[in-house]
Design a binder for this molecule. Sequence first.
Ligand SMILES: [Zn+2]
Length: 213
Amino acid sequence: MNKQKKLAIIMLGAPGSGKGTQSEYLEKNTGFQRFVMSDLIKKELTPGTELYDRVFKEGILVDDKDIFEITRKNFDGKSNIIIDGLPRTLDQAYWLYGVLMNHHYEIELVFLNVDEKKLIDRITHRYYCPKCHRGYNTLVLPSKVAGKCDDDNETLIQREDDTKEVFTERLKTFDEVKEVILDVYKGDVTEVNGDQDILKVSQDLMSKIIMRN
Ligand SMILES: [Zn+2]
């Protein structure tokens, strides 16, 4: 990789596509700094901050302006970075593009493409034990007795985000915004087949990024 060049890798993938895992892998293998929007928001949502008061006392959701401010606060514009969880809206897509251009970044948007039917199957069959936190999947990794934990016989439950209703809604939201993001970043998009096993996806990701840079 050219040493003069500064690279920003933007990770784009549906919820449950393995985007987080892959960006961690990239961080380990490139030494790039990982910029995880959800972590930065969590950090900002601590008691005493203005954002905390607004969100928890007034019930106002985090909006684009908050995202911009949190990003500005945490972005030094100097290092190679992996961006995870941003952009999530059309305005964020344009805004981030401008910020990266102003800081003379080369942009690489990695789109982890997965088969959504398979994804829905995998996610909505996930259950876990509320007592020991062991995870199950009624399709590929079922418990011995249906609905009960193998270790302690506790009744298995599902995360709200994993229920068919909530998950398909999240996926729909992602699909809508995905199209506009891919359009804003066209020319800088590297597509990776996210349906392969985790290690193969990681290898693909590394070779494609290194090949292009
Ligand atoms: Zn258990």
